[in-house]
Design a binder for this molecule. Structure first.
Ligand code: F6P
Length: 517
């Protein structure tokens, strides 16, 4: 039986409706104390201060990171150290508040039927075009909000098309009428190949219904308003956000305007208020009390001890899209190879984040986590008060979450003697998986805001502890550049690919499809 390193409750922390427990981590109390005084923690504290002051925290792109300002409307008593946030001569807080009131007004017009189609009837649907940070956040919010009892009833249907794989677009369009559908082009850069390709297809779809439909249907969420204007989006329906808001940190702003349209401004602003609570917690709390810092400290400790996998399993099926969303936030931010001083890293800067809801995961991949030699930390999310009256179902669900937490930590038949006894060791579970428990009082737009903002700050904290940049993503440019060239080589294109294996793959598998010997 494994010895417990930390005494129960030593690392239980709460902020609003979010609670964590880290008692099943593998470090000792002295590690927490020494972390306080560590240089890495000092670096983190000054990084957070600099971020909230609008300092340049994204050195390769010479930008601040101002995603936190998107919660500005909820920061009514913003105790931020600055009155305004001037970036390249522009007051970002003023921009956020202006665009937010523009969005809320337009959303109210759409939901009330005041903003009508060219035929004078209310819009019935929204088609959201976007990918990565311009898709995953809105998709997650819609999935959760549609399973909550929120103030405003859904006023429109929403469909998402992110991929250039036309199967996704085909499925979305099957549910939509071009005469009553608003089209949101969500793209920070307004230059993402998939999104603009899909938009061109949608133009044809709208125009086929009549030339009058496209002008009123287009809405844009971008930091390139001039490009959106050029693309034919009416200036009144271009909702701008700052270059200094990273795509994977942008769900709080205009990219989620479709969620406001479908679920109302009230629920969305509750999400912002929850995030603002977590912002305040981070700004005001010192490391041993600060939840994102404690989680990042644990992540770093586990990385230093060879744990490069983080299983996330929310024991709430309404959070089934949480993993895909967090994968971009976490791995596009922390999946780096060098630090801010250009030093090559000698180990991963983050564990691979993966997972699925519980209890489903128990019947899929938990076996590997219980017995294989793969070292993984485990993070389980439990929602204390469900949105239903089935007390017994929830009792069973929570029992499993707590049982898995204990089993991953304690294990069984893992003493030296038992492990070396071939008659029983096939049942041995080593245990000693670091386990993080997260509890939400209930799942609401507010508590979701607290949770997602916690993950943002945890991501930034783990980066700052390792002196890496969480706000750039130079690695994604490589594949995009090659794909651009290959578009001329893949049938019906017939240019020859430079790379010999790629050339073989095209000629052997694509050109001869169906006639291969
Ligand atoms: O994956 C690369 C990336 O730039 C992400 O960082 C971003 O969220 C996504 O592509 C979409 O970019 P945009 O919002 O500019 O279309």
């Amino acid at each position: 039986m494994n010895e417990q390193a930390l005494k129960p409750g030593f690392l239980s922390r709460s902020v609003g409706p979010l609670h964590i427990n880290l008692d099943r981590q593998l470090y000792s109390e002295s590690h927490v104390q020494s972390f306080q005084e560590s240089q890495a923690n000092q670096r983190l504290s000054s990084f957070v201060k600099k971020m909230f002051e609008g300092g340049i925290v994204n050195p390769t792109e010479k930008r601040p990171a101002t995603h936190w300002a998107l919660r500005a409307s909820a920061h009514v008593e913003l105790s931020s150290p600055i009155d305004n946030l001037v970036v390249n001569g522009r007051d970002e807080l003023a921009l956020v508040r202006h665009v937010q009131s523009q969005m809320e007004a337009f959303v109210d017009e759409v939901r009330s039927g005041q903003y009508t189609t060219p035929d004078g009837v209310p819009y019935e649907s929204v088609l959201h075009l976007g990918i990565g940070g311009s898709d995953l956040g809105p998709r997650l919010l819609n999935d959760v909000f549609s399973k909550l009892e929120i103030t405003d009833k859904p006023a429109l249907e929403i469909q998402f098309a992110a991929n250039v794989d036309f199967h996704e677009m085909k499925a979305a369009l099957a549910a939509l009428n071009p005469k009553t559908t608003l089209v949101i082009i969500a793209s920070k850069s307004f230059s993402t190949r998939e999104t603009l390709h899909n938009a061109q297809h949608i133009f044809k779809w709208l125009d086929a219904a009549g030339p009058q439909y496209r002008p009123k249907a287009l809405v844009a969420a971008t930091c390139k308003p001039a490009k959106a204007l050029e693309f034919g989006v009416d200036a009144q329906r271009i909702f701008e956000f700052s270059e200094s808001v990273g795509g994977r940190y942008s769900l709080w702003g205009p990219v989620s305007i479709g969620i406001r349209m479908v679920h109302g401004n009230t629920a969305f602003n509750e999400l912002l208020e929850g995030a603002a609570l977590m912002d305040q917690h981070v700004r005001e709390n010192k490391s041993a009390q600060c939840i994102p810092t404690l989680l990042a400290m644990s992540d770093l400790y586990n990385l230093d001890h060879g744990v490069a996998s983080l299983l996330l399993s929310p024991y709430d099926s309404r959070l089934s899209l949480l993993s895909p969303y967090l994968q971009q936030l976490w791995m596009e931010s922390l999946g780096k190879g060098v630090d801010n001083d250009g030093r090559v890293l000698n180990k991963p800067a983050c564990p691979i984040l993966w997972g699925d809801v519980g209890t489903n995961g128990q019947h899929a991949f938990f076996q590997m986590l219980h017995q294989s030699r793969i070292a993984s930390s485990v993070e389980l999310i439990a929602v204390v008060h469900p949105n239903h009256d089935e007390v017994n179902s929830h009792q069973v669900l929570l029992s499993h979450a707590l049982a898995q937490s204990e089993a991953f930590s304690v294990g069984r038949l893992n003493s030296e003697a038992e492990l070396n006894n071939p008659d029983i060791n096939f049942r041995s579970c080593p245990g000693k998986r670091p386990v993080q428990m997260v509890f939400l009082d209930a799942l609401t737009p507010y508590s979701l805001g607290v949770l997602l903002c916690m993950w943002e700050h945890r991501t930034v904290a783990l980066a700052a502890l390792q002196n890496i940049n969480p706000f750039d993503q130079w690695g994604v440019e490589l594949g995009k550049g090659i794909a651009e060239q290959l578009e001329q080589c893949v049938p019906p294109g017939h240019a020859s690919a430079e790379n010999p294996v790629t050339a073989h793959l095209i000629s052997h598998f694509l050109l001869n499809a169906g006639t291969r010997e």
